[in-house]
Design a binder for this molecule. Structure first.
Ligand code: ADP
Ligand code: SF4
Length: 690
């Protein structure tokens, strides 16, 4: 049968190789890199299984003279790195995808904290990273530019040996030296590599020609360039990009277009819509005969088709949509649109890279656990008994455990106190610009509704007597959390003095529709998104707002989700008064006392109300009540009771879906005692320590 989505499944040539369809997983980091290569390989294998036509590695550093430690990407420094990269290429090939490798020389972006080499860049200057490392780069002389070209060729040959089909030359996000040559902001050279656009693109042209000569007969060569930059008035513009493409129209086998900074390119749903780069990409296809790939957090099949039929893109580029749903292409092919697990645009995946830990995904708890835990985003192992399971609480943790247990074939009963499913995401999706959060519930509710072995009871607030009387073999408590009203958080580990005469609110009150009036002081000691979002909500309700935080940045932790700058801009634009490096120390009627985080100097702020966004407490009362009666469990047929998600320890939504998935995976499994609950890779020890 033909369908209007068939166009997405047309084979497409990229130089000498052919992709089986237009689904193109652009390079993306994962916080695992060279430290967890098998975990990364298995993650890419899952995408091959899910139907992607092209799958790329993350950034691969081509030479030891340019690296971005402490961030954990991949290396191709010498032949020793080939086996690890070959394993990834094999995984990508497993179900017919083309294997792509992204080669990077970081230039002004690489501080070389690990190799201790002097950084080399297009022009001299301080290293431009997230971490303001106190290190400068020296300018490459012309013979060193030739060296860099040779290092790229060496890496390209090694990539070919490792089995890759595609090479992406990285010049976007501010991370690759090709962009540093192209941009007048980072290229201040006066030789034939600086000045005119023709000169600034000379390195790019020479590099592509070198690599085509070396491996272009069998490998497709792609150029990943910035749609525009936003560094200063000398930044690379979208007009210049169009001129570059026109000037070198058929130079690479494919143009891969991304934004000039990662923050701009990977905008969260709070700040950017699907297909947000449309205007910057539109019309570029007419300037070249080579195919174009672009990104835009595409999760809607219709939006994808429109990108192709409107002549905007040839390939649908995706990083986050491929993380949230590695099976996106197959689901579209099979017409299983309801089964698509849409990315919510929260950038929790990015935080794995930014914190150098390992990535997780709010929507897909199996992400990066495919090898470590043997998890699969679509399949669960069958049940090991016909035990009946009761899940209490239908937030992200309860919904995910219900979905995953249902998939295993268990008889599941889900009881929820309120008249709606979704728990915190049901409430948070109504906050300013967080509507995509609702997808966490929508996907799971949609899946659960199709399962005959699942029963859902709303308006069923359960107590310990009821839970015991029901007599389920297994009880999973996913009863969530509430925001504290006593000021306890990171700045204050004990409650602060609060006069009961001061109107006091928490995010729970605001989400329940109880709103303050007049001038409100919001104390944000949580540091993630909630403080800023509640401040926005208060402005929308007509309040004037002062946001006080002990951190040096508003919504400090959102530096890891690439949102912090956007949040500050938005709050400032809304007229919110931002007081950094201050903590609220006491709350009196009409007045809050604040103190400088460093000196303790106090300042009073008059206000009509206070809003505390400090920390949350888990709802573990039911758990304690049941634990206290453990002696009665057997008589009621209860074998296990577990507390999961926010009820156990409040955390971002991704932690709750992970907890739900884990519960479902581990139910009825053998007790592993003190053993490590995941696989890991240990570096091979060199024999000689002297
Ligand atoms: P999590 O993120 O861990 O899933 P949420 O706060 O989002 O936590 O969801 C918890 C859900 O549990 C809420 O929908 C809440 O109404 C429900 N709940 C809490 N206590 C009970 C209870 N005793 N019986 C039934 N449902 C409960
Ligand atoms: Fe999308 Fe969030 Fe998952 Fe990243 S963590 S892929 S942004 S849902």
């Amino acid at each position: 049968m033909t369908s209007r989505y068939d166009i997405l499944f047309e084979p497409m040539k990229i130089g000498p190789v052919t992709a089986k369809n237009r689904f193109y997983q652009v390079p993306h980091c994962n916080g695992g890199g060279y430290r967890d290569p098998s975990a990364v390989a298995a993650m890419r294998r899952t995408k091959s299984e899910g139907g992607w036509g092209v799958i790329f590695t993350e950034q691969v550093e081509i030479h030891h003279s340019s690296e971005i430690a402490p961030f954990i990407e991949l290396h191709l420094w010498d032949d020793d790195d080939i086996p690890m990269l070959a394993k990834m290429a094999d995984a990508m090939h497993s179900h017919g995808a083309l294997a792509g490798i992204e080669l990077a020389y970081s230039g002004i972006n690489g501080p070389n904290l690990y190799t201790k080499e002097v950084p080399l860049a297009v022009s001299p200057g301080p290293i431009l990273t997230f971490t303001s490392d106190p290190v400068n780069a020296r300018a490459l002389d012309k013979s060193e530019i030739a060296d860099v070209r040779r290092w790229y060729v060496n890496a390209a040959k090694r990539a070919k040996t490792a089995g890759y089909d595609l090479i992406c030359l990285y010049g976007a996000h501010g991370f690759g030296i090709i962009q540093h040559f192209l941009s007048r902001a980072t290229n201040q050279r006066t030789d034939e590599y600086g000045g005119s656009l023709e000169n600034r693109s000379r390195f790019m042209r020479e590099l592509v020609e070198d690599i085509k000569n070396a491996v272009g007969d069998s490998m497709g060569i792609t150029l990943r360039l910035s749609l525009e930059e936003a560094i200063d008035e000398h930044s690379f513009t979208n007009t210049e990009l169009r001129e570059v493409i026109e000037m070198h129209r058929d130079l690479p086998d494919l143009w891969d277009l991304a934004h000039g900074s990662w923050e701009d390119c990977s905008g969260t749903s709070r700040f950017k819509e699907e297909a947000a780069q449309q205007n910057l990409v539109s019309g570029i296809k007419a300037l070249t005969d080579k195919p174009i790939v672009g990104v835009g957090r595409f999760t809607s099949p219709d939006a994808m088709v429109k990108q192709i039929t409107s002549g905007t893109l040839d390939f649908i580029g995706a990083a986050r949509p491929s993380i949230a749903d590695p099976f996106l292409p197959n689901k579209i092919k099979e017409g299983r649109f309801d089964d698509i697990r849409e990315c919510i645009g929260c950038n929790i995946c990015v935080t794995g890279d930014m914190t150098m830990s390992i990535s997780r995904c709010t929507q897909n708890p199996s992400f990066m656990e495919e090898w470590r835990k043997g998890w699969h985003p679509e399949k669960m192992k069958p049940n090991r008994s016909d035990s009946k399971v009761l899940i209490v609480g239908a937030g992200p943790a309860g919904l995910e455990s219900a979905r995953a247990l249902g998939l295993r074939g268990y008889q599941v009963t889900l009881a929820e106190a309120t008249d709606h499913l979704g728990g915190r995401v049901h409430l948070e999706r109504a906050l300013p610009n967080l509507s995509a959060w609702g997808r966490v519930a929508d996907y799971r509710v949609g899946q659960i509704q199709k399962m005959a072995n699942l029963e859902v009871y709303l308006q069923s607030s359960l107590d310990a007597d009821q839970v015991l009387d029901f007599g389920f073999a297994h009880v999973c408590l996913a009863t969530g959390s509430s925001w504290r009203r006593d000021g306890v958080g990171r700045a204050h580990l004990r409650p602060i003095p609060i006069d009961a005469a001061m109107p006091l609110f928490t995010p729970d009150d605001i989400m329940a529709g109880k709103l303050p009036q007049g001038h409100v002081v919001l104390f944000d000691d949580d540091h993630y998104y909630m403080g800023g979002v509640i401040a926005e909500r208060l402005v929308a309700a007509g309040c004037s707002v002062t946001l006080v935080t002990p951190a040096a940045y508003v919504s400090d932790w959102t530096r890891n989700t690439l949102e912090q700058g956007f949040i500050h801009q938005r709050l400032a634009a809304l007229g919110i008064n931002i007081e950094l490096n201050r903590l609220v120390t006491r709350i009196d009627r009409n007045r809050l006392t604040t103190a400088c985080s460093y000196t303790g100097d106090t300042k009073e702020i008059t206000a009509n109300a206070a809003v505390l966004v400090t920390s949350r407490l888990g709802h573990d009362e039911l758990w304690h009540a049941l634990k206290a009666r453990e002696g009665e469990w057997a008589a009621h047929g209860v074998q296990s009771v577990k507390l999961i998600g926010d009820a156990a320890a409040p955390a971002p939504i991704a932690w709750a879906t992970y907890a739900g998935h884990r519960y479902a995976n581990e139910l009825d499994e053998d007790d592993i005692g003190d053993a490590l609950p995941f696989r890991r890779e240990i570096a091979q020890l060199s024999g000689d320590v002297h």
